[in-house]
Ligand binder design. Sequence first.
Ligand code: 5GP
Ligand code: MG
Length: 181
Amino acid sequence: MKEVKIRDLTFEISISSDEISSRIGVLAAQIAEKYKDQCPIFIGILDGCFVFMSDFIRACAITCDVEFVKLKSYEGTKSSEIRELLSLTIDVTGRPVIILEDIIDTGKTIAYFKNYLSQLDPKSIEVVSLLFKPEALQNDEVPEFIGFSIPSDFVVGYGLDYDGQGRELSSIYKLKAKKGQ
Ligand code: 5GP
Ligand code: MG
């Protein structure tokens, strides 16, 4: 599909499912090599990361713990205040932690969560983000591992939603500019 309509907006293809899966294979191999004997804890930030997490940990295929937290920072297509809706239940003390994010935009969510996590004394914290918008970043939270750096367009698909919809799409789509913009 080249274009999809979700609610009132039209989106066009940006990154195909084949491109996503080959990039995940490369990232997962790097992380597997680095962490293979360390039993890291992968922490996914819900909701957006669930599709990425599922493909990533199977590609990585090392002994690990898998945990989720739920933070919410978006209403519609705009960034807003961060809210914690589901918190950590695993003891991270002395353990290597790898945070999995679907996308880093302003960097506020990841900064908030890393700050919270570091108070629990993990051995280390690294971040893997499938998508990264360098032009939107408002702090220095550049992730250690990046799937794709993209422009500051709003994207959906592969777990990412627009007002709750579009998560089921296997490719990533970006908001199509209206004529004259
Ligand atoms: P940040 O705190 O870095 O501004 O935003 C992080 C969160 O906002 C992401 O985990 C994601 O849930 C949401 N987000 C940021 N950019 C986009 C986008 O382009 N599309 C969608 N669907 N969500 C986004
Ligand atoms: Mg997210």
